[in-house]
Write a protein that binds this ligand. Sequence first.
Ligand code: ATP
Length: 241
Amino acid sequence: MLLQVSDLTVRYGRTIQGLADVDVDVPEGSVTAVLGANGAGKSTLLRAISGTLPLHRGKVAQGKVSLEGRDITRLDPAEIVAAGVVQVPENRQIFGTMTVEENLRAGALIVPKDKRGPARDRVYELFPRLLERRTQRAGLLSGGEQQMLAMGRALMSSPKLLLLDEPSLGLAPKMITLIGEIISEINAAGTAVLLVEQNAAMALKVAQNVVVLEVGRLALTGTAADVKDSPELAALYLGGH
Ligand code: ATP
């Protein structure tokens, strides 16, 4: 197993429970989707894995996150990146006043100098639009292009596992389809993905495995094929919209 999250409990402050006793496995080479309504704990799960829970307030109270058998639960975010887990945050957090290429370079700080050029070339191959816009200020890109840039920047360090937080958020349907196809391509090239989505249709298309969270608890797990047709999914998630 590439990533194993076991018995994870996250609290915000003393009382607010972000996650309770959650188990999630991400097999090597897979796309695993995390579905759930607003506030279900999806972002909390990604942030607990990447070590970026809000300082002081968010805290892993119990449980373990391991990568290829190594306990990474209490490592610094930078150490977790170095171990091969990179998160693309929900609001993308690109550097708007920097060019596309400078943003990509910022994702390669831990990469040995001679490997940065080849990494950038791979990203441009995956995202030809970023190549076309490489000298443009990132703040001038469309929402979909900014999402591509955030994903491209994360891929610069060739992670084993990419954590994506709602990449479809705010995008037009065509762009959502394109982002879904790119996620499948990234996966086909050997990177595992943990994909948090509100857009169940897109996530079920690209993922092999699915977990559904409901108010901080695991409500359902299974293969995408199983979950797609389950009445529980309709009741738990789609039914709420
Ligand atoms: P969304 O789709 O809205 O991002 P989500 O499924 O990602 O939802 P989380 O953001 O993980 O859900 O939130 C889970 C719970 O933890 C919610 O009840 C939320 O209010 C709470 N929470 C999240 N971040 C904080 C924080 N920094 N301080 C206090 N409570 C928080």
